[in-house]
Design a protein around this ligand. Structure first.
Ligand code: ADP
Ligand code: MG
Length: 267
């Protein structure tokens, strides 16, 4: 079994704040893994650090298909096949979706003609044809933006897909639609890491493994039954089963990362 994404003892800090405190994770090709965790546990930071965003002091190892990512920046990691979709897709007025996604595909090394064919095929599959000649995400509903992101991902054919809170702010039908899109991207050549706050998307996306992140570490891993435990008893039940202390009540620090770095693909 080949490992698509391997993370070993990953630590990350912003200034003096240690956010990731030794994350270990291993996702084989063909599998979908979910990470769940309370607010502020470090899920988005993990996504940003995996994608190679600057602004973090990082130690530990990240390997994609056996290749060390340490010295690679966001676009180099994207070329190595690691792509991240974002919790809050941005709007890009004045740039048509078809142009944007074709340029992204070409910059990742795909010939333009092949990219154009793939765009047409995936647009049909994701029902995105009518959005191709409209500005990226402009005027789209929350669900349509997510669908657009899934479409962009499908065109770019990553080896490792990192999806941060694909389901936040969506109604239940759209959650199901996004989950179906994630399931459709399941293939022997791709691994998916899906971050979610809620367990409902996992009813449709059927992850192979569920990991629970608490306070910057993977505190527990298991099958989909872990998500059901969370649904029933919340994080306090998981914390008490694992013998972890209840969280301290501190107001969250402002999150610069959400303001400055949540842009699609960042190529
Ligand atoms: P999650 O996605 O699990 O809600 P985050 O990874 O966004 O958690 O944040 C984890 C913790 O790190 C939070 O306490 C958050 O306020 C803090 N944090 C994240 N990014 C920054 C940053 N750029 N500067 C300061 N604190 C940050
Ligand atoms: Mg987050």
């Amino acid at each position: 079994m080949t490992i698509a994404l391997r993370v070993e003892n990953l630590e990350a800090s912003v200034r003096d704040l240690k956010i990731l405190k030794g994350v270990d994770l291993s996702i084989p090709f063909g599998e979908v893994h979910a990470i769940m965790g309370p607010n502020g546990s470090g899920k988005s930071t993990l996504c940003h650090v995996l994608a190679g965003k600057s602004g973090y002091e990082v130690s530990g190892k990240v390997l994609v298909n056996g290749l060390r990512m340490d010295d690679l920046d966001v676009s180099e990691r994207a070329r190595a096949g690691l792509l991240q979709a974002f919790q809050y897709p941005v709007e890009i007025p004045g740039l048509d979706l078809s142009v944007f996604v074709e340029e992204a595909a070409v910059s990742l090394g795909n010939p333009a003609e092949e990219a154009a064919h793939r765009i047409a095929a995936k647009a049909r599959r994701f029902g995105m044809e009518r959005f191709l000649d409209r500005a990226v995400n402009s005027g789209l509903s929350g669900g349509e933006k997510k669908r657009s992101e899934m479409f962009q991902m499908a065109v770019l054919e990553p080896r490792v897909m990192v999806l941060d809170e694909v389901d936040s702010g969506l109604d239940i039908d759209t959650v199901r639609e996004v989950a179906t899109a994630v399931s459709e991207m399941r293939s022997p050549d791709v691994a998916v890491l899906m971050i979610t706050h809620y367990s409902r998307i996992l009813n449709y996306a059927e992850p192979d493994r569920v990991h629970i992140m608490i306070d910057g570490r993977i505190a527990d891993s298991g099958g989909p039954e872990l998500a059901h435990e969370l649904e029933a008893g919340g994080y306090s039940a998981v914390r008490s089963r694992l013998g972890l202390a209840a969280p301290r009540k501190v107001p969250p620090a402002p999150k610069m990362s959400d303001i400055f770095t949540d842009t699609p693909f960042d190529l």
